[in-house]
Design a protein around this ligand. Sequence first.
Ligand code: ADP
Length: 545
Amino acid sequence: MKNYLGETTKPVAIGSIIIEISDRKRLELEREKLIGIIDATSDMIATVRFDTQKTEYVNKAGRRLLALADNAPVNHISIADVHPQWALEIVQNQGIPAAIRHGVWVGETAFLNHEGREIPISQVLIAQTFGSNHTQYLSTIARDITEQKKIEATLKESNRRWNSLLDNVQLIVIGLDINGNVDYVNPFFLQITDYTEAEVLEKNWFNNFLPPSKQDLLKNRFEEEIEKNFYPHYQNPILTKSGEERMISWSNTLLRDVQGRAIGTISIGEDITERYKLDRMKGEFISIVSHELRTPLTSMQAGLSLLHDKIIDPNSPEGEVTIEIATEGVDRLVRLVNDILDLERLESGKISLEKSIFNTADLINSAIAQMQDMAILAGIILHSTPASYQIYADPDRLLQLLINLLSNAIKFSPPGANVYLKVEVKSRGAEEQRSGGVEEQRRKFSPNPQSPVPSPQSPIPSSHLLFTVKDQGRGIPSNSLESVFERFHQVNASDSRDKGGTGLGLAICRNIVEQHGGTIWAESVLGVGSTFYFTLPIEEVRNSE
Ligand code: ADP
């Protein structure tokens, strides 16, 4: 008869001694086989006596991990020797008690190898009792996870970079699933639309965030993108929570799963609302300017060639009229070119304010004096309240601003109308002023106003001056009250031709006021008149009368 080791045994006939020898041999072979397996594994396996905490056995992989020679003695090494302090605390406070309670504990700790290098490990602790009622040995199986930790750290870092990019980039990022529902949105989208993340996620993009007139078109385009794998760039408006439209220029990318099937899109969008508006205005401007430039140029060219070819005698009445027309054309062109250059230089910051201390009464008096001729010609009566304050500002720019406002008031008022200019100190904020109704504004302009001008030499508890130019002209429709301050915006297309304006005056005014840190706005009642206000936040205002 043969046992499973291949030995021939005759247990009944040979008796117990032979059986014992055969068992020992079998056990030795078993042990060798196990040690062979344990040494061949790439994980560390070690056993420690529980009472002394000293090592009893370390396999080859463990010796490699701890940088120990194959034959180096190990029984002087304790648990505390092979762990850095933080890992030892985990092993002693969590690992060993849990292994004693449950037999096994699994966690992530670290070893300190012989050379003092910390090696991150995934560790299994096994408490062994060998049938007794207390732990006799602690065995550990440990795997070097240095590479895994490196990959984790790299992934974490790349995730952190992506998240910080997506969180801080001034571009919209929107992820849509295959049905066009939102599955990712970045903070910038929420910031410009005023939505919360919960209000956007899982909602259908086309039905909820696009103007109704664009929904079908863009839905079709999205379906085409998914079907035909093409990644278009286009621009379309989106809706904010309050219903305002913002124009976005998109770059779309199709997302696929590992099998290459389309699973949705990710789109990056740039908010080009302002640029888009400006482009449109530029387009309008070019058509206005090309007309504005051509008309005077054509008449000047015609007139000058008549004079040059001596077809008209410059000294004849006809010649004088021709010269007058050409001069008017030149004036108009000079105005247009000056305004364009002025605004461009103001907006690009090429003009810096030249501030000095001067008196508001002088400023108002010079503005009135310079506009008097134009007012007389138009039959307008100018009124002013030249209250006197010493202010620190750019007097030339403020004069230009008042002249602009006064010339508009004169241009857009019928003969016989009044125009009022005044300055006062205000203690309330500019925004509060804006909420003052027409009635309140009328009261302010009554012929004998209860003037808030402070008594001479009294300290003025205020931080800004309020200038007001009021007319009794045709008025401005309420939907143009803001846009008249934009470049080239004129309420009537014929204003530039009929009134000789350029549509740039109020844009220049706004720029001057804003450069001084103030605010400008208008109120108006059609057919009754308009009032333009601007504030100057003057830190030190003193009444000098
Ligand atoms: P412009 O050179 O055409 O006057 P502005 O920028 O000064 O350019 O004004 C823009 C437009 O605003 C004007 O063309 C006119 O339509 C309107 N506007 C400005 N001021 C007044 C006013 N006091 N009354 C009525 N309309 C005005």
